[in-house]
Design a protein around this ligand. Structure first.
Ligand SMILES: [Cu+2]
Length: 149
C-alpha cells in the first residue's frame, strides 16, 4: 500500500508539472502571434520574437529619396532603436512617426539631417496596438510607410 501511494503521488506531481509546462509553453507561443511580426520588414531582428516592452532595433535606409521599408513593425510598448542611414549625399531626410497620415498626433519625430550619415533614434512604442504612419518630413509625398504596433 505505501508503495502504491508513493507512486500515485509521483504520478500526480509529474502530470501537474507537465500541465504547467504545457500551459506556459502555450502562452509563450501565443504572445508573438498576437503581435503578428513580419520578419522581412524588421531587419536587424532575425529570428527574434519580441515581447511587449522588449527592446527592438529597426534599421531603415533612405536612398534616392525613398525608404527601403514600406512597413515598420514593433511590439506594444517596445523600447525602439531606429538606426537610420541617410545614403543621399547632401539631401536632408528624417524618419517621423505619427498616429496617422494627418500627422496631427506625433509619436516620435526624428532629427532631420543631411547624408551621407547615420543617426540613432530612440523612443518608446505606443501602448496600443494598431496601424500608424511614418514618413520623411522633408519628402512627405514619396517617403511614407506604415508603422505597425
Ligand atoms: Cu526625405
Amino acid at each position: 500500500m505505501p508503495l502504491n501511494l508513493k507512486f500515485g503521488a509521483l504520478l500526480l506531481l509529474m502530470s501537474f508539472g507537465f500541465f504547467t509546462l504545457a500551459l506556459y509553453g502555450g502562452a509563450k507561443l501565443v504572445a508573438p502571434t498576437a503581435v503578428a511580426p513580419t520578419p522581412t520588414d524588421v531587419p536587424g531582428t532575425p529570428g527574434q520574437t519580441p515581447e511587449p516592452g522588449a527592446p527592438v532595433t529597426v534599421r531603415i535606409i533612405a536612398k534616392n529619396i525613398f525608404f527601403n521599408l514600406r512597413t515598420i513593425t514593433v511590439p506594444v510598448d517596445a523600447e525602439v532603436t531606429v538606426i537610420f542611414e541617410n545614403q543621399d549625399a547632401g539631401v536632408l531626410h528624417n524618419v517621423a512617426f505619427y498616429t496617422d497620415r494627418t500627422t496631427r498626433t506625433r509619436i516620435y519625430v526624428g532629427e532631420i539631417f543631411a547624408g551621407v550619415a547615420t543617426r540613432e533614434y530612440r523612443f518608446r512604442a505606443p501602448s496600443v496596438s494598431g496601424s500608424n504612419f511614418f514618413r520623411c518630413d522633408v519628402h512627405p509625398d514619396t517617403m511614407t510607410g506604415t508603422f505597425v504596433i
